[in-house]
Design a protein around this ligand. Structure first.
Ligand code: UTP
Length: 472
């Protein structure tokens, strides 16, 4: 596209304000703006403005016919132990056959944590302050050693943190993983718009762009050639997790096995809500299709409803851990028809912009809209989806906020509680308080043990005391 044709397209779309300062810009700045403008799909924006922005009169999500989605309970919660054992065996076979890749979405901006750098470079462990990326790397390495096959790792960044992420891995020698097994790629960006649907500028030569949500991962995997690479490597199982949760079992054979045995295209983990009003999405179904409903879309009567046994009725919380079949990613990530792709959601935000003179404006109230896709919206598109229970204390303690809930402190303590449980189960004596928190800090690398069973097998080597670090 030529500069003129780009500008003409913006005029035709009623978005000419993007070029308001163009004639005053230096040539390099003009080029930047043109490059950003050319990368935006104006038809998509127009469609979103017409369908979402203009329709966003506060109408609530229709919940007619919504029922709790069925899930496979843990053996200790009434699940069938033999079925779990069969699933584990099936998953192990797939791992030994080299069919599995790990996939981390790390393109978010991490505004709530307020950490200066990619979130994956945030230090999380109690003693050596290993970063989130290192914890995942060690878990992936441990699994690949156990199953005797390399496990490729796909890491989605965004333009905002891509270079810093790659540089971090290089500086740490890829944490011992063969560099060719790690593929970094950037997700797409979406422009923010005003409440009238006009694309906002972040500066006279910059469109206000932000990552297109974790759901952008499906099309980013396709556009960046990752699914093609997976196919060439014989990989058809994609183990998806977020960058903020160091407790996640990056590679979980039983979870993989449930996916395979059901012939599922998307298998998701759930943990039970801690209390009815907990702010997590829940797995529901309607018309035979499973989906995740955001907590804000579940009306109070449904949120607080209980079963005849007194349990929270809509209790299956979504914790952003999934197994995708490669085929589903290929199909949805490449779909041309918006009806076959992930839908966009809008969020009203305070978006830094410029005034009519090009001077920066830091809004104190929401002044515009960002568009994001959510990966769990793939559920209704997936063949034979499965939902599998996991225990929160074993698998979910994200670092979201600087303080309070889901903060570095709660995450550090949850890691310690988990390791203390392993040690106690293996017959060691560790002083813990009523919440299971040990009286001293120590650390167990996934390369030493990544499960209670693996710990029990090496418990004789483990002398746990203040500051102990069990590594490798
Ligand atoms: P969050 O919803 O917690 O968002 O992302 P965030 O951007 O990390 O943090 P806040 O809301 O600004 O504080 C959940 C996961 O999805 C990834 C994040 O990196 C994290 O792993 N994500 C989110 C993306 O990869 N891309 C996005 O566009 C958004």
């Amino acid at each position: 596209m030529t500069p003129d044709s780009i500008r003409q397209a913006y005029r035709n779309a009623g978005q000419d304000q993007v070029f308001h300062f163009f004639d005053q810009l230096a040539p390099a700045a003009q080029e930047t703006l043109l490059r950003q403008a050319a990368a935006i799909d104006l038809t998509e924006i127009d469609h979103l403005v017409n369908t979402l922005v203009r329709a966003s009169g506060g109408s609530s999500v229709d919940v007619a016919g919504v029922e709790p989605a069925p899930y496979i309970p843990l053996p200790r919660a009434g699940g069938d132990a033999a079925q779990w054992a069969a699933a584990k065996a099936a998953g192990e076979e797939a791992l030994r056959a080299g069919r599995v890749a790990a996939f981390t979405v790390a393109g978010g901006q991490g505004t709530r944590l307020g950490f200066d750098g990619p979130k994956g470079t945030f230090p999380v462990t109690p003693v050596t302050k290993k970063t989130l990326f290192q914890v995942f790397a060690e878990k992936i390495l441990a699994a690949s050693r156990r199953y005797g096959k390399p496990i490729p790792w796909f890491i989605m960044t965004s333009d905002i943190n891509h270079e810093a992420t790659v540089a971090f891995f290089e500086a740490h020698n890829f944490f011992g993983i063969e560099p060719g097994l790690i593929q970094f790629f950037s997700q797409g960006l979406m422009p923010a718009v005003t409440f009238d649907g006009k694309i906002l500028l972040a500066a006279p030569d910059q469109i206000a762009l932000s990552p297109d949500g974790h759901g952008g991962s499906l099309r980013a995997l396709v556009r960046n050639g990752c699914t093609a690479k997976m196919a060439s490597m014989g990989i058809d199982i994609v183990s998806y997790f977020q960058v903020d949760n160091p407790l996640v079992h990056c590679i979980d054979p039983a979870f993989i096995g449930f996916h395979l045995l059901a012939g599922s295209e998307l298998t998701s983990k759930t943990c039970m809500k801690a209390y009815a009003g907990e702010k997590v999405g829940v797995f529901v179904q309607r018309g035979g299709k499973a989906e995740v409903l955001e907590y804000s879309d579940l009306p109070a009567d449904l949120t607080n409803a209980t079963d005849s046994d007194g349990k929270i009725r809509f209790r299956a919380g979504s914790i952003a851990i999934h197994i995708f079949s490669r085929e589903l990613v290929e199909r949805m990530g490449a779909a041309e028809d918006p009806a076959l792709r992930l839908p966009f959601h809008l969020a009203k935000k305070k978006i830094p912009t410029v005034d009519a003179n090009g001077q920066p404006v830091e809004p104190t109230e929401p002044n515009g809209i960002k568009f994001e896709m959510f990966v769990f919206d793939a559920l209704p598109f997936a063949k034979d989806p499965v939902i599998v229970e996991t225990a929160r204390e074993d698998e979910f303690s994200p670092v979201k906020n600087a303080e309070g809930n889901d903060s570095p402190k709660t995450c550090r303590e949850d890691q310690l509680r988990q390791w203390a449980r392993w040690a106690l189960a293996a017959g060691q004596s560790i002083p813990v308080d009523a919440t299971g928190l040990p009286a001293f800090s120590f650390e167990i690398s996934p390369l030493f043990a990544d499960s209670p069973e693996a710990f029990a097998a090496r418990a004789a080597e483990a002398d746990l005391r203040e500051g102990s670090v069990l590594q490798g």
